[in-house]
Design a protein around this ligand. Structure first.
Ligand code: MSP
Length: 651
């Protein structure tokens, strides 16, 4: 019988649409560090990660690759799991939503919710984003586009099952208010309450009929379970939840202590998921932490920007612990983090090679040189020593405080500060000077003991962040079994221990060479993702609603000549055009101020829709719409040949 306190922690499950980039991998490293720390503290940890494998996109990707969806997800899930392994993450269970047990339980969950009236059949009429497989209401759109991906949405009607979110709205609001730690940090809680819950919850579409790659609704052949009920249930199906009677494992670990998820999916975890659990009559997870995102420089990582880095590739260049260290130290707690070539080099050379590696190397080397590797008993005491000891004890506390609130970069920084303090202690005590005089040997032995004991403390504390480095240091100082308990007091390290060889931990990297290597890696990554991008483009095109020629004929598009152009006051986006339309001049307002300077547009021949109803934008009446072409973040005005007269009609 195990008396350890259970601790259940999860990551989100990754989509098997493509190999995940280093941003996605941040989450598993972060969660792994927490899981390892809790284990070190003596908790009985269950750490789960996995893959989210159903949906229309997968069907499309598989078709493009000429394989079945199952073959496709097997390949990508394998890659995802390999990355988790390369990153040395200590997950206890890797769930796949195509696991038979998961699928069976999801069907049971769906049926139970249906039979008790929390799921009902209706039809959906709304604005649908095909790439995101999401329905939106008018008010949720941003600039008329999908709030998640910024693409066009199209009106759609479809028979579907719905989960009654509205029924639980009040209960959820009360729960969140009375459990202040449930949504973490506070800013995300406010965002959920104010932007989503308080304005009113609409029932959620939970089945689809337009694709097949999903878990079948077992009492209605036309429908498959639509992603979120399937995906979110992973947290309980894996540990044996069953509406007909759950397993002992479930009783032990549920409710989860923490779901670690990215900021974009906090909404699903703090609205849909708790409501599903309320409807099932199960307790809610204790905490959902919405972490920020890792960007590359200022940008999102994406193949079209050519800035994708894969964690496993970076591991080949700088080693697994350096990648883990980089992610954990560079990512802030609340704001997005930014990966750059410079910071990768800086963290490595400054923190790992110069500070930590150097400390361990020179201390072990000195003890080997002056005492044949035998650790001396501390026999002389100076005030300086007391300060170092206290620094060690304070660091243990700082790390604990920081990890308990998931401030990982603070925890990592506390350990590196201790290494810096030790290096300063070396400068202050100058062991090489002490070694010159035989009489100073007891003091020299004491100094080296204090350093080695501090290094032991550092080694134990970095285990959650850099497990291999933890082992490498503990091997060099010959105490492979050092544990967290032994850090309670300074001095548990045994005099008489014989040290191993001083082996450098981190060899400095050449900034220029690394930058070149990363750029080459990014180029290769972008090329390998080209095919995926093409499928997405195709999906985009296919999602566009088809119209008849009569619909098109309703648009009157004409050539216009830009006579004048200026910025609209109080607006960052809008330009005011004076356009000659063949008969006279008209004002047209267009949201392209980020892309063009007004002066450069004067004299150009453009296309504009002439028969739109006039609208007022920032106080200026606009009579028409100037046409541009856009792709992702790019936009270009459509220009026509200068000899086309203004007023000519496009047909
Ligand atoms: N399949 C859903 C989650 C379902 S959970 C029941 C999903 N998958 S994902 O592959 O798109 O994302 C997996 C996790 O990686 C999410 O928590 C997401 O927020 C996170 N990240 C995606 N890009 C990221 C960064 N650039 N940086 C940090 N985390 C990132 O969402």
């Amino acid at each position: 019988m195990c008396n350890k306190k259970p601790y259940y922690i999860t990551t989100a499950i990754a989509y098997t649409s493509r190999k995940p980039h280093i941003g996605n991998s941040y989450e598993i490293v972060l969660t792994d560090a927490i899981a390892r720390y809790k284990r070190m503290l003596g908790y009985d940890v269950f750490f789960q990660t996995g893959t989210d494998e159903h949906g229309q996109k997968i069907e499309m990707y598989a078709k493009a690759e000429g394989c079945t969806p199952k073959e496709y997800v097997d390949k990508v899930a394998g890659e995802i799991r390999d990355i988790c392994d390369v990153l040395n993450t200590s997950y206890d269970y890797f769930i796949r939503t195509t696991d038979e047990k998961h699928e069976r339980t999801v069907q049971k969950i769906f049926r139970k919710l249906y039979e008790q009236g929390d799921i009902y059949k209706g039809s959906y009429e709304g604005l649908y984003c095909t790439p995101c497989e999401s329905f939106w209401t008018e008010s949720q759109l941003v600039d008329g586009k999908c709030p998640d991906c910024g693409r066009e949405v199209k009106p759609m009607k479809e028979e579907a099952y719905f989960l009654r979110l509205s029924k639980y709205q009040k209960q959820l609001e009360e729960y969140i208010e009375s459990h202040p730690d449930f949504i973490y940090p506070e800013s995300r809680k406010k965002e959920m309450l104010n932007n989503f819950i308080k304005p009113g919850l609409q029932d959620l579409c939970v089945s689809r009929t337009s694709f097949k790659w999903g878990i079948p609704v077992d009492f209605d052949d036309d429908h498959v379970v639509y992603v979120w009920i399937d995906a979110l249930s992973n947290y309980i199906t894996s540990i044996g939840y069953d509406p007909d009677g759950s397993s002992e494992l479930y009783k032990k670990y549920w409710p989860a202590d923490a779901h670690i998820v990215g900021k974009d999916i906090v909404r699903f975890h703090t609205i849909y998921w708790p409501i599903m659990l309320m409807a099932l009559g199960e307790p809610l997870p204790k905490q959902v932490y919405g972490h920020p995102w890792l960007l590359f420089g200022e940008d999102k990582m994406s193949k079209s920007r050519g800035n994708v880095i894969y964690a496993d590739e970076l591991v080949k260049l700088i080693g697994v612990d350096a990648v883990r260290y980089y992610l954990l130290s560079e990512m802030p707690f609340a704001n997005d983090g930014s990966a750059t070539y410079e910071t990768i080099v800086e963290r490595f050379n400054s923190d790992l090679a110069n500070t930590l590696g150097n400390l361990v190397n020179r201390t072990v080397a000195m003890n080997n040189k002056y005492f044949d590797g035998i650790v001396q008993a501390p026999v002389t005491e100076e005030p300086l020593d007391e300060e170092l000891k206290q620094y060690c004890l304070d660091t243990v506390k700082k790390v604990d405080d920081a990890i308990n609130i998931f401030h990982m970069s603070d925890a990592v920084e506390a350990v590196i500060s201790l290494a810096k303090r030790c290096n300063k202690y070396i400068d202050e005590t100058a062991p090489w000077a002490l070694a010159k005089d035989e009489e100073n040997k007891p003091r020299l032995g004491t100094v080296l003991y204090n350093l080695l004991e501090s290094i032991r403390c550092i080694a134990v504390l970095i285990e959650p962040f850099m497990p291999d480095t933890n082992k490498a240091i503990l091997n060099q100082i010959s105490c492979p079994d050092a544990d967290y308990e032994s850090l309670k007091e300074f001095g548990a390290y045994k005099p008489g221990t014989v040290l191993g060889q001083a082996v450098p931990l981190f060899a400095r990297i050449d900034p220029k060479k690394l930058e070149e290597e990363i750029i080459a890696m990014q180029k290769a990554a972008s090329e390998s993702e080209q095919a995926i991008e093409e499928v997405e483009e195709k999906l985009d095109l296919e999602s566009i609603e088809k119209i008849g020629i009569d619909d098109f004929a309703k648009c009157d598009i004409r050539v216009g000549e830009v006579k004048a152009c200026e910025k609209v006051k109080k607006s960052k986006k809008l330009l005011k055009f004076t356009v000659f339309d063949g008969a006279g001049e008209r004002t047209i307002v267009s949201g392209i101020a980020q892309y063009y300077q007004p002066e450069e547009l004067v004299g150009r021949k453009v296309l504009f829709v002439s028969n739109l109803n006039p609208v007022k934008l920032c106080g200026v009446e606009s009579r028409g719409m100037i046409l541009s072409a856009c792709h992702g973040d790019e936009l270009k005005l459509i220009e026509v040949s200068p000899d086309l007269p203004a007023g000519w009609q496009i047909s």
